[in-house]
Design a protein around this ligand. Structure first.
Ligand code: OAD
Length: 259
């Protein structure tokens, strides 16, 4: 169901008032307002990439053969990271958790903006940049050390100080299992209101999670989401809008954030 945005915001606020067990599944679209491009939106990394199969940047076999294309992307991402601030919507969902309404954030994003907005229970199912591991000996590097090694000499791939193996951040690549799958399935099954925000719902198993919900489902996304894993008939409210714009309208009814 698509409806006028003001009406949709009032409906969404009512859903929140009635809910006790809210869960958020977020995707790259939640962070575009912070300045990070998404993957498949009009300005997305994959949409704009001139290479044939841009998803191969995050393919484990390709990485093990030649990590350079990944590191080209990753260095830009690391340089951008410190400048980033959580968006209005990140802060709104953190405030909903503080109110006791929201029980968990499940995110496909690796930018740590949910944590920085103050969210406590965050399942980063595609991993994150907190840890980096050596592909050779498994030695662990924290974010600061890994960043130092990665940015020290941009003409070189960062390698392990112990064995010389290639370093790989703990981001889930295609070919690796996602993290926190059981936990994510559990919290979604228990939810009475699930928000799916800023995701094209094309990458499994994340895209399969919303259909496990037994309560209401609200999708906020500019443009359509894939109907393959979440049929439109399962969605109680589909809002085709910029996330921050819509969340600001919702918060006019709830007054959780100051600005
Ligand atoms: P996508 O790029 O596939 O989808 C993002 C969606 O958000 C698109 O439909 C955009 O139109 C929408 N969007 C962008 N900015 C928005 C805004 N400000 N307001 C509303 N909607 C907006 O991103 P994901 O679904 O998160 O995986 O992608 C899933 C996975 O694909 C990623 O985690 C990544 C990638 O390959 C790995 O790297 C393993």
């Amino acid at each position: 169901m698509t409806s006028d945005i003001q009406t949709a915001a009032a409906t969404c606020a009512d859903y929140i008032r009635q809910a006790q067990n809210i869960v958020l599944l977020s995707g790259a679209g939640l962070s575009t307002a912070a300045g990070i491009p998404d993957f498949r939106g009009p300005h997305g990394l994959y949409t704009k990439a001139r290479i044939k199969n841009p998803e191969l940047i995050f393919d484990l076999d390709v990485f093990d053969e030649d990590p350079a294309p990944f590191y080209e992307f990753h260095r830009e991402f690391l340089k951008m990271l410190d400048r980033l601030e959580p968006t209005y919507a990140h802060r709104f969902f953190a405030a909903l958790e503080k109110e006791g309404k929201l029980k968990a954030v499940i995110t496909q994003n690796i930018d740590s903006l949910h944590h920085r907005a103050g969210s406590q229970t965050v399942y980063e199912i595609h991993g994150g940049i907190w840890n980096t591991f050596c592909r050779g000996c498994g030695m662990k590097y924290d974010h600061d050390k890994a960043t130092e090694l990665t940015l020290a000499d941009e003409s070189k791939i960062p390698v392990c100080e112990s064995c010389g193996g290639v370093l790989k951040p703990d981001i889930v690549f295609f070919g690796e299992p996602v993290k926190f799958l059981m936990e994510s399935q559990d919290v979604i099954r228990q939810s009475d209101l699930l928000f799916v925000v800023g995701s094209s719902l094309t990458v499994t198993p994340a895209a399969m999670l919303p259909n496990l919900a037994r309560g209401r489902i609200v999708v906020i996304n500019k443009g359509p989401t894939s109907p393959y894993f979440l049929p439109p008939s399962r969605i109680d409210l589909f809002v085709d809008s910029y996330i921050d714009d819509f969340i600001a309208l919702v918060d006019k009814h709830l007054d959780l954030l100051e600005d």
